[in-house]
Design a protein around this ligand. Sequence first.
Ligand code: CDP
Ligand code: MG
Length: 670
Amino acid sequence: MESRPPPAKRLKTSVWGSGQRRSYVFGHGMEQQRRELPIYRARAKLIGQLRYLDTAIIIGETGSGKTTQIPQFLYEACIGGYGVIGITQPRRVAAISLAARVAEEKKSELGTLIGYTVRFEDVSSHKSKIKFVTDGMLLREAMLDPLLRRYSVVILDEAHERTVQTDVLFGIVKSAQRKRKELNKMSLKVIVMSATMDVDLFSQYFNQAPVLYLEGRQHSIQIFYTKEPQTDYLHASLVSIFQIHQEAPSSHNVLVFLTGQEEIEAMSRTCRQIAKNLPQGSCQMTVYPLYASLPHLQQLRVFQPGQKDCRKVILSTNIAETSVTIPGIKYVVDTGMVKAKRYNPESGLEVLAVQQVSKAQAWQRAGRAGRQRSGICYRLYTEEEFEKFLNMTVPEMQRCNLANVMLQLLAIGVPNILTFDFISKPSPDAMRAAIEQLKQLGAVKHKDNQIFLTVLGKKMAAFPLEPRFSKTLLVSSEFHCTEEILTIVSLLSVDSVLYSPRAQQEEVLSARRKFISSEGDHMTLLNMYHAFKSVQGQKEWCRENFVNSRNMMMVMEVRRQLRDICLKLGISLDSSRSDTGNIRRCLAHSLFLNAAELQLDGSYVSLDSRHPVAIHPSSVLFHSKPSYILYNELIHTSKCYMRDLCVVDPEWLYEAAPEYFRRKLKGAKT
Ligand code: CDP
Ligand code: MG
């Protein structure tokens, strides 16, 4: 390892302009910290401008204080009036941690003056005047009230992320603002914020709204590029981590951006192994993985102060890219890679795949190094390579399946979804494919060249779930298995309940064996849930069986909420008891668009597009070869893998969508 040249060869200074160097003294009051933020100096001017503007675009470096301070400024200046100031976030963890931070700054109990609402969790009350919401939740609110009358201000934060939900919200909020004006109702102030975005596009979309620039970042960041392109970004990260580890003081923590759970877990093991074998007297290292499906408590460990004389190395996916502040980060190592969704409307395949980040993402990543003091970012690519990155991330809207968006727009009452005022229009092919899927699911119908929601479609939109899952719940009463489907859908709606530490792989496998169903992963999860219930969720049982008890508790909460919606819709709650055939038949009626067929040579193809697919090694079906299976998602690494599988009969698929399968199903009885 030491023989490899160090990754950072070219120094580029002042990329960020002349930032002020300042470090916080611990014990400093929070009020003092607020005053030291760059945004504080702009407070009076900003309030003066925002008071009179209907719409504003705010650009300010990451860490300048936009997200935590602007809502407070507005509230303190009574700009929100009697309404609520809503701030959207693309991610749950950001919405929760920011609400907690602002509540702490305002010395107010979370859930009173400052609250948050994320899917399946509402910590807000009628007293909440500042509310952090995920963009998906605000969209749900718009279904009940398209004018968003509770809100006097909506701040669309992290606009550069361009998630599907944020993109739809731009249109919904813009239309709510216009309609409220037409109806002489309380005006709606719209503020769009980001550190990096295409200001012209946003300003133009929001009727030439003015762009306010916040000056100065808090701390300077030096950027280093590699001199040569790196063929192996994992190896290059490892070299960088240990180079930093050998040179920097132990209080300088390192944040490394990688692409996914497996890669991060493998890298954690390697780092720990190498660190263990370093010569005596070297500084200690603790490695923390950070990814979305990691148990929540383990995610929180990242934010806690580390041990004395021990360096923290955090290996993270892009969940640490925006919004969150991890204390003590001095170094960022950016591989320039991310795992993201890609969709091909022609084949109908939506896959997760590793790809290059955009320049905007790379700047966000670098920004994580300068949150509390000046920092250093090692980019594991050359400056020439960086120049070729896309400027902005391609909006998710243009690279994902749009069925859910189309269903939501119809539920909100948008008159013609094909001509909706999208900030960046998705391709007509993708829109047509989405509508076709909704038609297959029975959610929409065509009449006089217009698209309408069916009765089933209206009910589907009532669930905070993807259309195929809401459909599963809605048809489950026909198969007398609503209780079981509620459990399965809840299990698929939270972070994984399976806890699989690599170091105890053998124990995990043997503990899990007793739950395994030859009918697939859905049924295996169902067995685990039943076992968990039969011991009243004992912690000890969870530990012995490598079940994440917090996520299981969340499953129960989600299940309770989904059950309430079922009751409201008058769905009878039957149980199929030991008849698992009914459950799988019910799944076939809603997941039939995600079916795969075994070929003579032992491989699989997806029935929808006849694309080659393979069973993911994590599936309980990895060593078996059922003729027909349903999958929950596709992930592309070396191959296109199907994850979370259920064995089905071809007859059920045919029965679910006869016309569709007449075209698709080759080997089955028709
Ligand atoms: O939105 P923006 O990136 O402009 O900054 P912010 O999220 O409002 O955070 C401003 C500063 O507050 C950060 O740079 C941190 O110093 C501090 N902060 C923190 O210490 N802990 C948090 N959970 C959030 C912010
Ligand atoms: Mg922010």
